[in-house]
Design a protein around this ligand. Structure first.
Ligand SMILES: NC(=O)c1ccc[n+]([C@@H]2O[C@H](COP(=O)([O-])OP(=O)(O)OC[C@H]3O[C@@H](n4cnc5c(N)ncnc54)[C@H](O)[C@@H]3O)[C@@H](O)[C@H]2O)c1
Length: 319
């Protein structure tokens, strides 16, 4: 019988929470690990956790991945066969302010985790990387074979983590997959990312800044699509590969703003257009051809549909 025990790191985070919820609905036993750090509201992380804790098939351990001893004990206790590594320090702009946190929580934590996975002979390791490793490119859409061009400490540590995953599992029986996510959004989204930042500003009646005059392009990808793809990847015999996960239909920030404002008729919100911000990418536009070739027919959620789901959830749950 297949061991259906999956360890998800970053399970109180945005993507980890959605993934845990989805895999529980598919009958997996989930071991969630998270340090619940205060990069953004721990209250929101605890709210996500409280939703998961109701489920019988969910066990949670509050733990920092850099605590090697406790992490090993967890592997001995639960014997996971699959590890999905989504814990990390995200955020582009904060990475200039506190680069050390990126080294500790991305590079060092990934190294500790991978070495333990190797020692306890798991079957599959899935790593959540980022489109930011590509930086700005001359040609679009960006395929997985483009040369990385990281522009900020966050992107650099994600690329370093990818290299660690490849190096540690090379010549081992453990198969790995690396997914490069492109701007993931959805219910219970991250308050440091544009959509939820904007929704919170509307709620607090505060002005919102649009970097680069609202002319940045982002390849927004709905979290529900991301977790479905990760689920397929657990079942499929695809090994040691890197895939973009993106809708491949970028949208300019100004259009996104108009779409959001339509859902708040009568609300006045002051918009301040600012200059380009150092370290931010001007455009993210990935190709999902390689993903579709390997994973079969994938349907990506239309931005209008995903945005409606996100805003409805924000209005209902106040986050
Ligand atoms: N959301 C996106 O659009 C996006 C895009 C590209 C890549 N990613 C990557 O996907 C992963 C998940 O992103 P997210 O949006 O869910 O972020 P998130 O910040 O919501 O979740 C990450 C979680 O990891 C936890 N964590 C951080 N350091 C830890 C450590 N040392 N030990 C244990 N737990 C730790 C945090 O407390 C947090 O709950 C991240 O690695 C991120 O870099 C996300």
């Amino acid at each position: 019988m297949v061991n259906k025990t999956v360890l998800i790191t970053g399970s109180s985070g945005f993507i980890g929470f959605h993934l845990a919820k989805y895999l529980i609905s598919k009958n997996f036993n989930i071991i969630g690990v998270d340090s619940i750090n205060s990069y953004y509201s721990p209250k929101l992380k605890k709210k996500r956790l409280s939703i998961l804790k109701i489920k019988k098939k969910f066990n949670f351990e509050k733990l920092n991945l850099n605590n090697k001893k406790k992490l090993e004990q967890l592997f001995i206790k639960y014997r996971p066969s699959i590890v999905i590594h989504l814990a990390g320090q995200p955020g582009v702009l904060y990475s200039f302010k506190n680069p050390k946190s990126y080294y500790t929580n991305n590079v060092k934590a990934t190294k500790t985790l991978c070495n333990i996975c190797k020692k306890y002979k798991i079957k599959k390791f899935i790593f959540g990387s980022s489109s930011s490793i590509y930086g700005d490119q001359k040609k679009y859409p960006i395929t997985e074979s483009f040369t990385p061009n990281p522009k900020n400490p966050y992107a650099k540590t994600k690329l370093q983590s990818e290299k660690l995953v490849k190096r540690i599992f090379k010549n081992s029986k453990i198969s790995y997959l690396i997914f490069r996510f492109f701007t993931v959004y959805g219910p219970f989204g991250r308050p440091d990312m544009f959509i939820h930042k904007f929704l919170n500003k509307i709620k607090k009646k505060e002005p919102i800044k649009l970097h680069n005059h609202g002319l940045n392009f982002r390849d927004f990808t709905f979290v529900g699509d991301v977790v479905k793809i990760i689920h397929i990847s657990i079942k499929k015999n695809i090994n040691n590969k890197i895939f973009n996960i993106c809708r491949s239909k970028p949208i300019i920030t100004n259009s996104l703003v108009n779409m959001i404002l339509k859902r708040f008729p009568g609300k006045f919100i002051k918009i301040i257009k600012t200059e380009f911000v150092k370290g931010e990418m001007l455009k993210t536009h990935g190709s999902n051809k390689f993903l579709k070739n390997n994973f079969g027919r994938l349907v990506f959620t239309d931005i209008k549909v995903g945005l409606n789901t996100t805003i409805n959830s924000f209005k209902k749950n106040a986050c």
